[in-house]
Ligand binder design. Structure first.
Ligand SMILES: Cc1cc2nc3c(=O)[nH]c(=O)nc-3n(C[C@H](O)[C@H](O)[C@H](O)COP(=O)(O)O)c2cc1C
Length: 346
């Protein structure tokens, strides 16, 4: 895929699925594409793991054509290892290479990877240059606003990315030091956007389709990236896209949709992973999607005690069908202020 085609895809659907380790695997990316997200990106994949042909690492690189445009995200500590991994990404048939310069996890930053890159701008430049010349694919990067508050440098990183020919910079609006605390700083994201020549994708704390469109418009960014928001509301991308394109909003009978949704989710996992993993995934998604509905906390306790896929599915379908018993669908309470998955690799 060329830069132009990737940017065209972003213009058509500027709502990007955020990479999330342990969540945005190939099954989930296909599922979310069906639910309206635009560009998708794999969870972070170790460039060293690729070099050593680790089976687990190569599994993480799997994707299905229906996900296109699909990027594979690399993390690593040297220009050489990242450049040679980028060649493997290209050979895999993926559409673009995404670099992880946002991961705050000590194991990664101790070696100079992830957000630690932000402390060394000459190294940032070397990595961009090496990866760019190793592949014909578009190269993108996902960063935090900086290592810590006094050293925020997303504007400088965006400038280097532009000079080195990257396609976009995605910014999670927190510093590495902030972890997942406080709120994503959209004022700063807007400032970076205003001062940069390269397309910017803003990211952080988007919990509804309306908020996604509002952030997009107010920040002036070319795209917005949504992570945890789609783990509570799987229709967030569809809602955002409909609002953005002015299409009439579908009548939201969310509860009945959940039944179809879980049948499809089960099918998506069953085709690709074994029953134990499918069971675990159904439990996780059932507990996330139930968030904000009456009886969710008791449901969560019960679902994690189930032993078989059939039992978990039956309990899940019963929970969501019960919500549907009245004439009106039950509204989902806003739980965006509650702590939710306060950790991750970006
Ligand atoms: C469980 C989890 C795993 C994550 N894994 C990655 C990752 O592999 N690569 C990455 O760049 N960001 C990763 N992130 C960060 C997200 O992509 C995103 O930047 C962050 O969650 C803020 O966006 P949100 O508020 O929409 O979730 C992860 C986040 C979470 C919660």
């Amino acid at each position: 895929m060329t830069n132009e085609l990737l940017l065209k895809a972003l213009r058509e659907n500027p709502f990007v699925l955020a990479p999330m380790a342990g969540i945005t695997d190939s099954c989930f990316r296909t599922f979310m594409r069906e639910l309206g997200c635009g560009v998708v990106i794999s969870e972070l994949v170790s460039a060293h793991g690729i070099e050593h042909k680790s089976h687990r690492t190569l599994q993480l690189m799997a994707f299905e054509p229906v996900q296109r445009p699909v990027g594979l995200q690399l993390f690593g500590d040297t220009p050489e290892v990242l450049a040679s991994a980028a060649k493997v990404v290209e050979a895999s048939g993926a559409d673009f290479v995404d670099l992880n310069f946002g991961c705050p996890v000590p194991k990664v930053v101790k070696k100079g990877g992830g957000s630690a890159m932000l402390k060394d701008l000459p190294q940032v430049e070397r990595v961009f240059r090496a990866v760019r010349s190793a592949t014909d694919l578009p190269v993108t990067v996902k960063i935090r606003t900086g290592w810590d508050e006094p050293s925020r440098n997303a504007i400088e990183v965006a400038n280097i990315a532009y000079n080195e020919g990257l396609t976009w910079v995605a910014i999670h609006g927190r510093t590495r030091a902030a972890g997942y605390s406080g709120a994503a700083d959209w004022n700063y994201i807007s400032e970076v956007k205003a001062k940069s020549k390269i397309p910017i994708i803003g990211n952080g704390d988007i919990h509804s389709g309306a908020a996604a469109v509002q952030r997009l418009r107010e920040s002036g960014c070319e795209g917005v990236m949504i992570g945890r928001g789609c783990l509570k509301n799987p229709w967030i991308f569809k809602e955002a896209l409909e609002l953005y394109s002015g299409a009439p909003q579908e009548q939201n009978n969310g509860v009945r949709d959940f039944i179809q949704l879980f049948l499809r989710l089960r099918q998506a996992f069953e085709g690709l992973v074994d029953e134990k993993i499918t069971l675990l995934q159904i439990k996780k998604f059932a507990s996330w999607y139930s968030s904000g509905y009456p009886g969710a906390s008791q449901f969560r306790k019960s679902i994690f005690q189930t032993r078989s896929l059939e039992e978990a599915m039956n309990m899940t379908l019963a929970f969501f069908s019960e919500l549907c018993d009245g004439l009106q669908p039950v509204a989902q309470a806003d739980t965006s202020q509650e702590a939710f998955l306060m950790g991750g690799h970006g």
